[in-house]
Design a protein around this ligand. Structure first.
Ligand code: ADE
Length: 225
């Protein structure tokens, strides 16, 4: 998979993608993340990528020209499954959408800034708009990082234990059950006996019951979906 991220703050993302599981994924050649500085695509001599809104009002608007140039340059090189715009008024991100996007070969993610992008970008270039939650960030970079992280960890070979992404909270509409590791007893706080029993079927059953009880208590909305 290849993910191209378009931003006017590339350094913010460089540090994120240079670390941990995402760096391992890139070194293992499972995924390539390429960050593009939108200012490299502007003809403005001051490298500006925004301007005042027509009709007046507060805030600046990201201009269509550099965005169009950047997206067209990328699209001339390969075919993209989606051109995604990160915005608080997009579809709210949840695991089923992450699962679907993890099957793509090529994705473009555009990060918004200031008041957002010229509406013509959304009409003519963007194929999907995604929000990571009902709150407003100062820019789309953190949202793009969240989306990329959620996608990349599902690509086969990226996680150490191939089965572990399948047992995540949300993967089957249930929250994850409690987990424990050594020591079996810490200051009198004991791990449930059943997990030490070695009886696989009983353990599976216990985990399911715990996941169900936790979901009913904390996120009953998930059970009605
Ligand atoms: N940009 C600003 N806020 C955002 C959000 N909540 N989700 C996605 N992109 C955003």
């Amino acid at each position: 998979m290849r993910i191209d991220i378009i931003t006017c703050l590339p350094r913010l993302l460089d540090s994120f993608f240079g670390h941990s599981i995402l760096q391992r994924a890139q070194q293992g050649q499972h995924v390539e993340v390429v960050v593009h500085d939108l200012r490299d695509y502007t003809a403005d001599k001051h490298r500006r990528v925004d301007d005042y809104p027509f009709g007046g009002g507060a805030g600046m608007v990201m201009q269509i020209e550099p965005i169009a140039k950047c997206i067209r340059t990328l699209q001339a090189e390969r075919t993209y499954d989606e051109v995604i715009y990160m915005t608080p008024d997009g579809e709210r991100l949840a695991q089923p959408l992450v699962n679907r996007l993890s099957l793509a070969q090529h994705l473009i993610i555009l990060c918004g800034h200031y008041k957002g992008v010229d509406e013509r970008v959304r009409e003519h270039f963007i194929t999907r708009e995604i929000s990571i939650g009902d709150y407003v960030l100062s820019g789309g970079e953190l949202a793009a990082a969240v989306l990329s992280d959620a996608i990349i960890r599902l690509i086969p070979g990226v996680l150490g234990d191939e089965t572990s992404a399948l047992t995540d909270s949300f993967q089957d509409n249930l929250l994850a059950p409690p987990i424990y590791t050594r020591p079996a007893s810490f200051e009198g706080w004991n791990v449930p006996d059943i997990l030490l029993s070695g009886h696989e079927a009983n353990i599976d059953n216990w985990r399911y019951e715990q996941a169900l009880a936790r979901t009913k208590a904390r996120r009953p909305d998930l059970l009605n979906e």
